[in-house]
Write a protein that binds this ligand. Structure first.
Ligand SMILES: [Fe+2]
Length: 192
C-alpha cells in the first residue's frame, strides 16, 4: 500500500528572516501564505534543490537570500547618503516573492534533470506568484515588481524598489553564474 506523506509546511521566516521586518501585518501574513501555497503546489520536496533556472543549476534559495540582503543594503545606503527612502515593506515582500514561482515553474525530471512544468511553459516567469498575490490583496506595486524583475519581462519596473531588485538580481546572477550582459549603443538615453 502506498503511504501518502503530507508535505511539510514551509517555514518562510526561517528561510527569509527579513519577512519579520515587514511592518504591515497583513502583507507579512500574505507573503508567508503565498510561499506556503506555492510550496504545497510544488513537485519539489527540498527547497534547497530548486535551481535558479533550467540554465543555472545553482540553488535558488541562497540566490534569493542574497538578493534580499543586497536589496536592503542598497536601501540602507540610499537612506544614509542621499536621504532617499524606499518602501521597505514593498522591497522585502517583492524580493522574497520575486522568484517564489520557480517552485511551480520547474519540477524534477528524469536523470536529475530539471524541466518546466505546465505553469512554467504557459506563463511568464513570476506570473503564478503575482496572481496569488493579487487574489490576496497584496498591493499592485508589489505584483508589478514580480512581473517586471526578470530580464525576459517586456518592460522595466517603474518603481525605485523594482529597479533596485532588478539590478541586484542581475548582479547576483553574475556572481553565481556568469555575466550575460552586453552594451548596445543603439539603447538611447531618454531626456525629459
Ligand atoms: Fe526571477
Amino acid at each position: 500500500m502506498k503511504v501518502s506523506r503530507k508535505k511539510q509546511v514551509l517555514d518562510v521566516v526561517a528561510l527569509y528572516p527579513e519577512v519579520s521586518q515587514i511592518g504591515d501585518a497583513r502583507l507579512r501574513q500574505a507573503v508567508v501564505e503565498i510561499w506556503q501555497e506555492l510550496w504545497a503546489q510544488s513537485k519539489w520536496n527540498d527547497i534547497g534543490a530548486v535551481p535558479t533556472s533550467a540554465e543555472i543549476p545553482y540553488s535558488n534559495l541562497p540566490h534569493t537570500q542574497c538578493v534580499v540582503a543586497m536589496a536592503l543594503n542598497v536601501a540602507d545606503a540610499f537612506r544614509k547618503y542621499h536621504n532617499i527612502e524606499v518602501n521597505r515593506d514593498y522591497l522585502i515582500a517583492a524580493a522574497v516573492l520575486q522568484d517564489a514561482s520557480k517552485v511551480v515553474e520547474y519540477e524534477p525530471g528524469p536523470g536529475g534533470k530539471v524541466r518546466r512544468t505546465r505553469i512554467g511553459k504557459s506563463y511568464p516567469h513570476g506570473f503564478w506568484c503575482a496572481h496569488l498575490a493579487v487574489q490576496k490583496g497584496v498591493p499592485d506595486a508589489i505584483s508589478h515588481v514580480m512581473l517586471t524583475h526578470s530580464s525576459s519581462a517586456a518592460k522595466f519596473p517603474d518603481t525605485l524598489e523594482g529597479k533596485i531588485l532588478y539590478y541586484v538580481d542581475q548582479l547576483d546572477v553574475i556572481g553565481i553564474h556568469k555575466d550575460r550582459w552586453k552594451k548596445h549603443l543603439m539603447i538611447a538615453k531618454v531626456e525629459n
